[in-house]
Design a protein around this ligand. Sequence first.
Ligand code: NAP
Length: 322
Amino acid sequence: MANIGLGLAALGRPGYINLGHSDDLNNKHSISAMRNNAFATLDAAWKLGIRYFDVARSYGRAEEFLGSWIRTRDISPDQVTVGSKWGYTYTAAWQVQTPPGVKHEVKRHELPVLQSQFSGTIKNLGTHLHLYQIHSATMNSGVLENQEVLAFLNRIRKTGIRVGLSVSGPEQSETIEKAISVNIDGVPLFSSVQATWNLLERSAGPTLAKASRQGLTVIVKEGVANGRLTIKNQTPEFANQFRLLKRVAAEYESTIDAISLAAALNQPWANIVLSGAANIDHLKSNVAAQELRWSSAIAEKLESLIEPPQQYWATRSQMPWN
Ligand SMILES: NC(=O)c1ccc[n+]([C@@H]2O[C@H](COP(=O)([O-])OP(=O)(O)OC[C@H]3O[C@@H](n4cnc5c(N)ncnc54)[C@H](OP(=O)(O)O)[C@@H]3O)[C@@H](O)[C@H]2O)c1
């Protein structure tokens, strides 16, 4: 079974697309309130045995919170694994909602962005940085063909920091295939891939299995579909799927989120499954996924939840920042 990691996308900034994000933070958005909540959630994660943490330059102060938590708790680099990402710049100025025309984050996969974001990441995380990923590489961003970016990433790799990528959208599989083929001086550049896989959107599964066979570490994100696979999802269009999930969760004395994460944890190709919890209760509920004894019988009961990828990603793109 894979291990659970903690992602800080919802912990490092006041606005995010996860369902009910604002309520989960008790609408406490000051920097100090968010730092306290992040530290408390990180402490709980550590106690629960979580040793993998995922951040990105664009997750507000997530890198800074994680770096200072690691230092104040005196955690050495060999006790923990930290992955961060470059490519998006945070532009929301610590607001839950941005003014019309202003984005929350801006994506640019170019060498100057990589160079300046890498120094920012090192400033925050120092020798605790184990993995540096391209944030949401896509086929049309051209990043996997940008020779100067690839050469810089290769220099990072040669310092002992592993290099990976995260992917999103209906073309995750094509992008992973392309990444697997990137070699520099006969050596594969990427040693990990982070992708969305959950009970609703499983299309990347076969390609993630191939990546795993080729030796890449596979990290699963959005295992509860940004909150859509939790008790919070009361949207009428999801009512039938919700009933099914509730029934199966009750049958196995579990919860919707734990069943959903257990599905990901039990994929043979998965190494790490991220929890995106923004508070301790949800984190504990997510971690209970490890206790569930997975079986083909449970998997069969949940088979009908699969959505066509285009539909899944169209719904995700409509999720409001909150
Ligand atoms: N492109 C990329 O590279 C990329 C994209 C997205 C995510 N990620 C990484 O993956 C991590 C996880 O993804 P994610 O947070 O976007 O999606 P997720 O894990 O699918 O969803 C997390 C959401 O589910 C909610 N939730 C979990 N358990 C719950 C429970 N028991 N009851 C009610 N609500 C519950 C959380 O609520 P609370 O907030 O209240 O806990 C949060 O709103 C992120 O933190 C980030 O590190 C990477």
